[in-house]
Each structure stands twice: as structure tokens, then as C-alpha cells.
Ligand binder design. Structure first.
Ligand code: APR
Length: 247
């Protein structure tokens, strides 16, 4: 069942119970599962230039290099395990009587493997392949290459189903109404440097949501949060979830 913000307010004492909770996650939530972040020291963007591996132009110029980059990440993601933060969010979704939606910038599937169901991958997913020619999507093999053919049209224009810089993020049809109806917006492990995700806290706050940041270091958009808690996700997220489920 879906509760709108007005429903929740009308229900007075039950408001907390029926809260719409929207959670934005970034690379920091998967860091303690062994997956690297992007912008921290030793992060992915320190070892690879964004413009060499994460733009449509890069793929056009050197598809094999781009495939190799994502093949490594797909392999790392498959070997990683959900950590206590992913597991706590799945517990929140299962136990909270209101609505819980995760919007993730991550391309790993650790939220799903922890048991979360309402997950929007705004930057795509390593588990997906996309035909640049006809737009067909299918599960990505463990190793993709520039000689793969699209199972629908046969073209050799297959790419990882990842949203690259300069492309439009996925899920606006889910994300926009979720932000508008949010009572509580929580950002976990994201540096707040990449838009549109970096604008979601401000947007949700303007629509009336309480905003919380859970992060190892304050983000670039820290001013948009009413509450900031600093620490590792595997500690902060289970504590926060416990608080929500028992309040
Ligand atoms: N617990 C909580 N937060 C952590 C942890 C941890 N154990 N480790 C790191 N962090 C935080 C860092 O403090 C930082 O704020 O995670 C954040 C990682 O920031 P980025 O590397 O910039 O990752 P993210 O915000 O997800 O990047 C957004 O940028 O390159 C693109 O498409 C890519 O989806 C990605 C987007």
C-alpha cells in the first residue's frame, strides 16, 4: 500500500509509522564490501580517467578498454557480499509499515542480494547488457566483449547497461514522485558531487522531507541536510534502522 504525505499527516500519531522513506546510496555503502569508491584517495577515478572509460565517446573510441574496465568491476561485484548496511536497509523495507525506496547510484547488486526489493538503479547495473543499436536489454554475461552480438537484432553494438557521463540517468519516473512524497530522505555514502543525485536532498527538503546524511566524511552538499552523522556505513546504518523500527 502506498501512503501519500497528506495521508500520513492526517493520521497524526501514526505519522512516524507511516513515513515515506527515500534512501539515496552511493559507493560508500559498498566500500566495506570491498568495492572501491570513485573520488577518495585510491578510488576508481584515480586509476582511470572518466573520459577513457565512462563516456559514450570513450566507448566509441575504444570499446575493448571500456568492456575490460566493466568486466573487472562485474567480477569484483559478483565476488563481493552485502554488508551490515545493505542488510539493515533490507530489514527496514521488510519491517517499516510505510514505504521505503532505495535510489542507488551503485551499479553493483548488493542491495538486491541483501533482500531489498524497491531499488532504482539510476546509473544502470553491471548485471545488464544493452544494444546500442536497437535498445534491447538482457542479462550481461560475466565477460562482455566488442564482438558480442545483440540477441534481438544481431548487431555488434552491445554495451554494459551503465549510465555514462553525458547520458540521462534512469528512473526519473519513479524517483521524482518518490522525492515529492518523501517524509524522510537519507543519503548514505555519497560525495554529493554528481548531479542529478546531488540535488535530491535539497529537492526533498523543499517538498517537506526531513533530511539525514550518513557518511564517512561530509559531502559537498552537506548544507542540504538537517542532520549529519559521520562514521562507517556498517555502523551508522544498522543503528539508524534500529532507531526507525523502534521509535
Ligand atoms: N561508510 C560510509 N561512507 C563511506 C565509506 C564507508 N565505509 N567509505 C567511503 N564513504 C563515502 C565517502 O566519504 C564519500 O562521500 O562514500 C562517498 C564516496 O564518494 P564517491 O566516490 O564520489 O562515490 P559516489 O558519490 O557514489 O559517486 C557518484 O559518480 O563517477 C560517478 O557514476 C559514478 O555513481 C557514481 C557517482
Amino acid at each position: 500500500m502506498r501512503y501519500s504525505k497528506a495521508d500520513a499527516e492526517n493520521l497524526g500519531a501514526d505519522r512516524c509509522l507511516l513515513q515515506n522513506i527515500v534512501i539515496l546510496t552511493g559507493a560508500g555503502i559498498s566500500a566495506e564490501s570491498g568495492l572501491g569508491t570513485f573520488r577518495e584517495s585510491d578510488g576508481l577515478w584515480e586509476h582511470h580517467r572518466v573520459e577513457d572509460v565512462a563516456t559514450p565517446e570513450a566507448f566509441e573510441a575504444d570499446p575493448d578498454l571500456v568492456h575490460r574496465f566493466y568486466n573487472v568491476r562485474r567480477d569484483q561485484s559478483a565476488k563481493a557480499r552485502p554488508n551490515a548496511a545493505h542488510i539493515a536497509l533490507a530489514r527496514l523495507e521488510a519491517g517499516h509499515p510505510g514505504r521505503v525506496r532505495i535510489i542507488t547510484q551503485n551499479v553493483d547488486d548488493l542491495h538486491e542480494r541483501a533482500g531489498s526489493r524497491a531499488v532504482t538503479h539510476m546509473h544502470g547495473a553491471l548485471s545488464g547488457a544493452l544494444c546500442h543499436g536497437c535498445g534491447h536489454r538482457w542479462p550481461a554475461p560475466a565477460v562482455m566483449s566488442s564482438t558480442d552480438t545483440c540477441p534481438a537484432c544481431g548487431a555488434t553494438q552491445t554495451r554494459p547497461d551503465i549510465v555514462w557521463f553525458g547520458e540521462i540517468p534512469y528512473g526519473a519516473e519513479v524517483i521524482d514522485p518518490a522525492l515529492a512524497a518523501a517524509d524522510l530522505f537519507v543519503a548514505i555514502g555519497t560525495s554529493g558531487q554528481v548531479y542529478p543525485a546531488a540535488a535530491y536532498a535539497q529537492h526533498a527538503a523543499r517538498m517537506g522531507a526531513h533530511t539525514i546524511e550518513l557518511n564517512l566524511a561530509t559531502s559537498a552538499n552537506a548544507r542540504d541536510f538537517a542532520e549529519i552523522h559521520i562514521g562507517p556505513a556498517t555502523e551508522l546504518v544498522p543503528e539508524w534502522v534500529e532507531h526507525v523500527l523502534t521509535e
